[in-house]
Ligand binder design. Structure first.
Ligand code: SF4
Length: 685
């Protein structure tokens, strides 16, 4: 028996924990701690502990599949490539759309971005960041000039006050939750604001339960209280920011008095007062947030409000502070960094910028040019165009995403995807989306490839190959390079290894310019920006100046707006969605892990005890949950831990898919859907 340990990075959440894959006779058989990781110091949450269990499942995709007469038939790679190349060449550039993946490596995402813009020449490329942190990218770029988490994970332990809003950190980013507990042990106050008393809330010194969708009112009220008491950081405001007076004119309105905010949000006045004092006077307050903030029609407003309160209190550009946007998927930061968005190339170089467009055009050397210097469609817009403008989009290429479970209003999504003339899905399992494809290509998972991913703290980390792929499955970037060669562009994809791809990324991406595999192989890896070979990376952003050309942070006055859909006589409750400790997103990997699936085998809807009493619903009873988009049968979980009037479902489970119910109303800037608030009713079955 031959046994080895291969250190790699967890494929689930954006924390970026490192662990060893245990490999016996060439097959991954387990996970073991990797003590040298500065992120997780050898500790893991259950998803990490069982991250080997899906790798060698018997239902992995092992050969290309072509649909004939409604049934998938096994095909050779040449057959699949020839069919795809012939079909894609038959469409005009902007009749095609591409979805990249926050689950695959930076190298894979760079390859698909180059394939979309250089081979297909389409403007329409996006990925699931649109559904989670598009509001963060837009909101923080506007306020600070850079749309990413400002501080690092280890730095949270140095905070004197941690304010968590719209993030169930202890379940969704457990090893970041560990840093929060370290801060608490060091004397920090922990404030938690959420409609549900989650495991995160149970560790807080102050828990503020609020109605989903009232975030801007709460943050404006806290800022009014801080200014009324003279607790704002006057020196920071004067030296490091602009437009404070405009902010003040809005937040000091009577609308945002604590009395009014209490009525809107449901948070008692004394709790708001305490929170304002702790945030302003601790000396180093870190705000942690996730999709409770971003997934709203006012997602960008919410993010700007968080930036406002941190600038108001001088909690930026120093240890223990910052705006810590906790990204969801393992590589959602990296997929954004790699330009898998409809408005940018790598490193957020704008496609409409003439110089950037010329730079990529020259660097790639496609003889017939690249996509036009115009913004493309977001994934949410793609779905609307497919249903509302028949014939405008005709083909789609999806790598590692599963919109048939992850996107809002699934009836609408199914209609959109079924209206495509041609769909290619590249994945490791036959997901709900892959089942609708014309061609399915078998790809490799994290355990079968070298590569890099970029965690929520902007740390670029290594994946290392631990076993061979199953059957004929291939690396994602390799599939894209081979298909490009079939389409006449072999010279533009000369890579022999993931390292070759990364070398090209570093050449065209200033924030990655000083990185290479030799530097990244060290456990501490590197935080971007890292512009030069002798640059140590940047664990804390905005020290001394912000990323705008004038170096100043910009206050944005924000008025409170209600969600697109609010409860009424017909649909009297607020509906919100989220995740669970044991499962990950659409469950394509965690639901194939026997240990994780046995912990939580299906979904549920959380109903407050008093609401359940009014409805005559008992704990465990099957109910019909209905919104204006659809209805599902789901077991009730009756609990005091959710606010009266609010109901919650995790979205991992196809058999009771929460996204049948959610609203696809969009934030006007980020085009992110409002997963976190719509109106629902419950009927007994
Ligand atoms: Fe993996 Fe996230 Fe758990 Fe760490 S906290 S083991 S990265 S799922």
């Amino acid at each position: 028996m031959e046994m080895k340990y291969v250190p790699t990075t967890c494929p689930y959440c954006g924390t970026g924990c490192t662990f060893n894959l245990v490999v016996v006779d060439g097959k991954v058989t387990g996970v073991a701690p990797y003590q040298r990781s500065p992120v997780n110091e050898g500790k893991l949450c259950p998803k990490g502990v069982y991250a080997h269990e899906f790798v060698n499942r018997e239902d992995r995709l092992t050969t290309p599949l072509i649909k004939k007469d409604g049934t998938f038939v096994e095909a050779s790679w040449d057959e699949a490539y020839d069919l795809i190349a012939r079909k894609l060449k038959s469409y005009k550039a902007d009749e095609m759309a591409v979805l990249a993946s926050a689950r695959t490596s930076n190298e894979d995402n760079y390859a698909i971005m180059k394939f979309a813009r250089g081979v297909l020449k389409t403007r329409h490329i996006d990925h699931c960041a649109r559904l989670c942190h598009a509001s963060t990218v837009a909101g923080l770029a506007a306020t600070f000039g850079s749309g990413a988490m400002t501080n690092s994970i280890g730095d949270i332990a140095q905070s004197k006050c941690v304010f968590i809003i719209g993030s169930n950190t202890f379940e969704q980013h457990p090893l970041i939750g560990r840093r929060v507990m370290q801060a608490k042990k060091n004397g920090a106050k922990i404030i938690y604001a959420d409609p549900r008393l989650t495991p995160t809330g149970k560790q807080a010194d102050l828990y503020m339960q609020f109605r989903s969708g009232s975030d801007v009112a709460i943050l404006n009220g806290l800022m009014q209280e801080i200014i009324r008491n003279g607790w704002e950081d006057k020196e920071f405001i004067a030296n490091r920011t602009k437009d404070f007076e405009a902010l003040k004119a809005v937040v000091m309105k009577p609308d945002y008095s604590l009395e009014n905010v209490s009525k809107i949000s449901g948070i008692p006045i004394d709790q708001l007062k305490t929170a304002a004092e702790w945030i302003a006077k601790s000396g180093a307050t870190a705000i942690l947030y996730s999709m409770g903030i971003t997934q709203h029609t006012v997602g960008v407003d919410n993010v700007k409000s968080i930036a406002n309160i941190q600038m108001l209190t001088g909690n930026l550009g120093k240890a223990g502070a910052g705006v810590n946007a906790l990204r969801g998927q393992n590589n959602v930061q990296g997929a954004c960094d790699m330009g898998c968005l409809p408005v940018v190339f790598t490193g957020y170089q704008k496609v409409i910028d003439e110089a950037a467009h010329k730079k990529f055009s020259d660097a790639w050397g496609f003889p017939d040019g690249i996509s036009a210097p115009q913004n493309g469609y977001e994934v949410t817009t793609m779905m609307d165009v497919l249903t509302e403008k028949p014939g405008e989009l005709k083909a789609m290429y999806i790598m590692g995403e599963n919109p048939m479970l992850s996107d809002p209003d699934l009836t609408h999504v199914e209609h959109a995807i079924k209206s495509l003339e041609f769909l290619v899905v590249q994945d490791i399992f036959l997901t709900e989306t892959a089942q609708l494809a014309d061609v399915v290509l078998p790809a490799t998972c994290y355990a079968e490839k070298d590569g890099t991913q970029t965690s929520t703290e902007r740390r670029v980390q290594m994946w290392r190959k631990a076993q061979d792929p199953p059957g004929q499955a291939k690396l994602d970037w390799q599939i894209l390079a081979e298909l490009s060669a079939k389409m006449g562009y072999a010279g533009q994809f000369p890579w022999q290894s993931a390292e070759d791809v990364f070398t090209e990324i570093a050449k065209v991406t200033p924030s990655y310019g000083g990185m290479n595999y030799e530097r990244l192989r060290k456990p501490e890896a590197l935080h971007w920006p890292c512009p030069a070979a002798d640059h140590a990376g940047t664990p804390i952003l905005h020290i001394g100046k912000f990323s705008h050309p004038d170096g100043l942070g910009v206050f944005f006055p924000i008025e409170f707006k209600y969600p697109a859909e609010v409860p009424d006589a017909e649909y009297p409750y607020i509906f919100t969605t989220g995740r669970n400790l044991f499962h990950w997103h659409t469950g394509s990997m965690t639901r194939r892990s026997a240990s994780l699936e046995s912990e939580v085998p299906t979904g549920w809807i959380e109903i407050n005890t008093e609401d359940a009493h009014d409805l005559g619903v008992a704990d465990g009873e099957m109910v019909l949950a209905k919104t204006r988009r659809g209805e599902i049968k789901v077991p009730a979980r009756v609990t005091k831990e959710i606010m009266k009037g609010v109901m919650f479902m995790p979205f991992h489970f196809a058999e009771c898919a929460a996204n049948v119910l959610t609203n696809n109303a969009l934030d006007p800037i980020a085009k992110i859907p409002e997963f976190k608030a719509c109106a629902i009713k419950i009927e007994k079955i």
